[in-house]
Design a protein around this ligand. Structure first.
Ligand code: ADP
Length: 170
């Protein structure tokens, strides 16, 4: 499995699976979540609604992942995961690693060969970028894949790209 980091807009990634930094409510939000729903169209939200109805309390636990189709995106599926909110008092890094591990497992179970990840929790959820990158890379490396050949971290700006490049080489 090849791991790499590129700069770009994840909604345009030519991969089998795009991972969405969603929230437990699963009905869309800002940041990358909003961009994926805006570009992918209403089909993704309709599937999220159906999935949500089957979840206890209508909520996706943080650190878990579920899949929908990808609507109008170039990808075939979107895997939605809810990252942890950064806390200075509490170590929630296992949850962040779990987001990446579980998302990659779900993607591999679908038979995906390529998977794009955004910088989960590093936006509105406030996770320090350098550590978000370290946890994401560790979470991905923990998976023994059967189908996935490439994991591509697609970062929105140079700062995020540099953080993931450092985590991949460090
Ligand atoms: P979270 O709520 O998990 O923190 P955000 O969506 O707020 O998620 O931010 C996660 C990361 O995704 C941030 O680094 C943000 O800059 C980035 N991002 C936002 N839009 C896109 C996009 N279209 N493609 C790739 N990354 C994006």
């Amino acid at each position: 499995m090849l791991l790499r980091a590129v700069r770009g807009d994840i909604t345009e990634a030519d991969v089998d699976v795009v991972v969405n930094a969603a929230n437990p409510g699963l009905l869309g939000g800002g940041g990358v979540d909003g961009a994926i729903h805006a570009a992918g169209g209403p089909e993704i939200l309709a599937e999220c609604r159906a999935l949500k109805a089957g979840l206890p309390g209508g909520r996706l636990p943080r650190g878990r992942a579920v899949a929908t189709t990808a609507g109008r995106l170039p990808a075939r599926w979107v895997v939605h995961t809810a990252g942890p909110i950064w806390s200075a008092d509490q170590d929630r890094s296992a949850v962040l690693r779990s987001c990446c591990t579980e998302s990659l497992r779900v993607a591999d179970g679908l038979g995906a060969r390529s998977v794009a990840f955004p910088a989960i929790s590093a936006g509105v959820y406030g996770w320090p970028l350098a550590d978000a990158a370290v946890q994401a890379v560790a979470g991905v490396r923990a998976v023994e894949v059967q189908h996935v050949q490439e994991v591509r971290f697609v970062l929105f700006d140079d700062r995020a790209l540099a953080a993931f490049e450092a985590a991949l080489t460090g």
